[in-house]
Every structure is written in C-alpha cells, then in structure tokens.
Design a protein around this ligand. Structure first.
Ligand code: ZN
Length: 162
C-alpha cells in the first residue's frame, strides 16, 4: 500500500473539487482497496472520501454494516444525490476534523445514484445514518466540510473529550 495519510483541516486540499472518475483500471481498483483499508483503520470509521487521502477523484466508501443490520459496504463512484427530504439535525464527526463533532442539518431520506466498480449504474433510496454518511462524504467531493454547514461555530461545534 502507498503511504497514504488522512489530510486534516485546515489543509487546503480539503477545499478542492474532485474530478469525476473516467476509467476503472487496475490502479484504481488498488486505490479502492487501500481506501477501504484506511477507513477501517479508523475507530468507528463508517465513510471515507478519496480527497481525504489527497486523491481528488469522485469516489467514496460507505460502510454502516457494523451499526445497522442488513447493510452492505458501498463503493460509490461519481455519486449524485438526486432527492433529499425530511431535514433534521444530526451529530457528525469527521476523520479530517478529529478534535470536534458538530450538529449539522441533513436530509434524513435521500435518493442517490452512482457507478459501481463494474461501471454499472446503481440507484437507492436510503435514510438515517447511511443517508447522512453519504451526504457527508459527497460534500468532501465538493470541498465542503461539516464546519461549512453548521449554523453557529459557537453553539453547534463541540470539542471531543480526549
Ligand atoms: Zn468527513
């Protein structure tokens, strides 16, 4: 595995827009394996976006299977959220902002489509933790962090206990 590391706020790479993936080749598949490994190295890691390891490509991995029965890991290439509804406040963390959590307004229910590793189009409607996680990771592809989404840095951001 290449020596990837998680870029953390305020590294400017986290503000950049990722490029759509055009081609799935052996190198890309190896990258996905590495990304998956990095995500699972983080305690409680349920999602990761390529730009968090400095690769500006539109791919995210979501895995809430350890928290919700019946869910499988999703490798989402060029994901697009096509519908959002039922907005609520959720408490979020981020590997790129390790010292803080925050209250963020998110859709509880979304529709999303993406390409899988066979370049087939997938579409689902999902809700709760998985929906929030997808919105958070898609934000990373657009250079958006949860700090950009909180109403008040004073009221809605919390320092993690060490
Ligand atoms: Zn994040």
């Amino acid at each position: 595995m290449k020596p990837y590391h998680i870029y953390t706020y305020p590294d400017p790479i986290l503000k950049k827009i990722s490029e759509p993936v055009q081609r799935i080749d052996a190198e890309f598949r190896t990258f996905i394996k590495d990304l998956d490994e990095i995500m699972h190295q983080q305690p409680g890691g349920i999602g990761i976006a390529a730009p968090q390891v400095g690769v500006l490509k539109c791919v995210i991995i979501i895995d809430v299977s350890r928290k919700i029965q019946g869910k499988a890991q999703l490798v989402m290439i060029n994901p697009v959220i096509t519908a959002e509804s039922d907005f609520r406040i959720f408490r979020e963390g981020c590997m790129s902002i390790p010292d803080f959590t925050a209250n963020v307004r998110r859709a509880n229910t979304i529709k999303v489509e993406w390409f899988d590793l066979d370049m087939k189009v997938n579409r689902i409607e999902t809700d709760g933790l998985e929906a929030v996680c997808i919105q958070h990771e898609v934000d990373h592809l657009n250079g958006i962090l949860f700090l950009d989404r909180v109403s008040s840095l004073k009221i809605d951001v919390f320092r993690r206990k060490k």
